[in-house]
Design a protein around this ligand. Structure first.
Ligand SMILES: [Zn+2]
Length: 497
């Protein structure tokens, strides 16, 4: 691809930004997986330094003028336009907020995250509260400053960071039919399950679960020469360099399925990074896939593929080989029911596929009201517990397993949660298209996961730098709608499992 002179003028800055981002990801991975408690503060400080260096670039007049020169160029190619647009968020923020205050905000986010890590195991919401309030104070300020024309609330601006163009009113519209569909299906499924044998899960030690983890990663096509698996409090994935997409997991002795599906999920994220074409790196587009696009790929593997009837014979065999011989005598039908058992619980990550979207809708409603100033941080625990009772019929035992369970709110990843549900909607659309094009369910049955990955590489990953509305049109030929996901849920859960 022939780039403009303006692009080449910007390139040294793009390289520097990438360098700081990689360092930041590396420190974050260490912080979450290996960093000793006494070193958490000093490592967090190292991360702050990377942010400060990046902030200096975003506020450098020479950088700003070079980005503007690229943006103002006539006949801008789509890749350059998207790149210039993506750089403008931080430039604009640093024009509206003094560098010192911006650095203060970043520090408040890290401090809140650090305190969440310390307070969550102690179930100490009150201990975390002052730090979280400070985090939210800055978050509200940034979201207010970054409101654009057409945005109705500060939360619209929080959403826009993760998903350009996304608005709360639109989410309400698109999520409503999903919510209704699940509310209708849930009691029917729970009623039907009463006739099934009681769900009993054997406890497997971490060594066995780890062996299963590596087998699942290999099945999925995750390349261990370009990645690594460690344990963390909250599973996540990150790209540390072009050939380094790492993941984490969290083993549970009471439910072996939790780690297995978090591994499939995180590897689903990492596969996208391990399989981006070289030209995306040459064009500095490798991180422009939005949160919903990222979650599309992780959730496609985790649920639509990983919990499908087509994958069950393979998964059952892997469990026989790595967990225990008791899987040999289990019928395929019983195994499928164990995997797809529906049970409303307080925990999002361990929840079943059907109720998962309700967990997201609860978070979406709370964070929207929090950023818009309708509620305050101290209101969240009670509100959280009320919504869990109302939507899912469950009692939340404590804050650690309630409103403190997720990392996202601790460091201002507010506006991210809706991406999981959008990922479900996009994923169902893509699967529908894959079924038409390559009969993907048959490939899964035949364990030809390399062909599934090749398809995604060729038809999906290479376009993931585009804005989501353009990307989904390119991949499926259709605009985003909840139809495919609702159709999928009704077919899977409406006819009995
Ligand atoms: Zn994810």
């Amino acid at each position: 691809m022939q780039h403009s002179a303006e692009f080449y003028a910007l390139e040294p800055y793009l390289k520097a930004l990438r360098h700081h981002r990689y360092l930041s990801s590396l420190i974050y991975y260490d912080l979450a997986t290996a960093c000793p408690e006494q070193s958490i503060s000093s490592e967090s400080e190292l991360m702050n330094e990377q942010d400060e260096e990046m902030a200096k670039i975003y506020s450098d007049p020479d950088f700003v003028s070079k980005v503007n020169a690229l943006r103002n160029r006539q006949e801008l190619i789509p890749e350059e336009k998207r790149l210039a647009d993506s750089l403008s968020y931080n430039i604009l923020l640093l024009q509206k907020m003094p560098l010192e205050e911006y650095v203060g905000a970043k520090k408040a986010f890290y401090k809140s995250n650090e305190m969440w890590r310390k307070c969550k195991p102690l179930n100490d919401f009150q201990g975390w509260l002052p730090y979280w309030k400070e985090c939210i104070r800055y978050a509200r300020k940034i979201d207010r400053l970054m409101m654009k024309e057409g945005m109705e609330t500060p939360y619209d601006s929080a959403l826009d960071q993760w998903e350009p163009g996304e608005r709360s009113q639109w989410l309400d519209e698109i999520f409503r039919p999903v919510k209704e569909c699940i509310k209708t299906l849930l009691p029917k499924v729970l009623d039907r399950q009463k006739s099934y044998p009681e769900l009993r899960l054997t406890s497997y030690d971490i060594d066995h679960q780890r062996r299963l983890a590596y087998a699942l990663l290999s099945w999925e096509g995750y390349d261990m020469s370009k990645g690594c698996l460690r344990e963390s409090l909250h599973p996540f994935s990150t790209d540390i360099a072009q050939f380094d997409a790492r993941i984490t997991t969290e083993y549970s002795l009471s439910d072996w399925r939790a780690a297995a599906y978090s591994e499939i999920h995180e590897a689903g994220h990492a596969l996208e990074f391990q399989n981006k074409p070289q030209e995306m790196y040459d064009n500095y587009l490798e991180t422009l896939n939005t949160a919903a696009i990222c979650e599309t790929h992780s959730r496609l593997y985790e649920n639509i593929i990983g919990k499908s009837k087509s994958f069950m014979p393979t998964f059952k065999r892997l469990c026989e080989e790595h967990l225990g011989k008791e899987f040999q005598t289990m019928s395929r039908e019983d195994f499928y029911r164990i995997i797809n058992y529906v049970k409303p619980i307080p925990n999002r990550c361990d929840s079943d596929e059907l109720t998962y979207s309700l967990h997201i809708i609860i978070r979406y409603e709370i964070e929207r009201d929090l950023i818009n100033g309708v509620i305050e941080c101290e209101d969240v625990p009670v509100l959280w517990n009320e919504k869990y009772k109302e939507y899912l019929g469950v009692d939340v035992p404590n804050d650690a397993e309630g409103c403190m369970q997720d990392i996202h709110w601790s460091d201002n990843e507010i506006g991210y949660f809706p991406s999981y549900l959008l990922g479900n909607l996009y994923g169902a659309m893509i699967y529908e298209k894959m079924e038409e094009d390559i009969q993907v369910s048959r490939l899964i049955e035949q364990e030809k996961m390399d062909e599934v990955l090749s398809y995604l590489k060729e038809h999906d990953y290479r376009y993931d730098w585009m804005e989501p509305n353009q990307w989904i049109k390119k991949v499926t030929g259709k605009e985003l709608s909840s139809d495919a996901f609702i159709h999928y849920l009704k077919k899977k859960y409406g006819e009995g499992i």
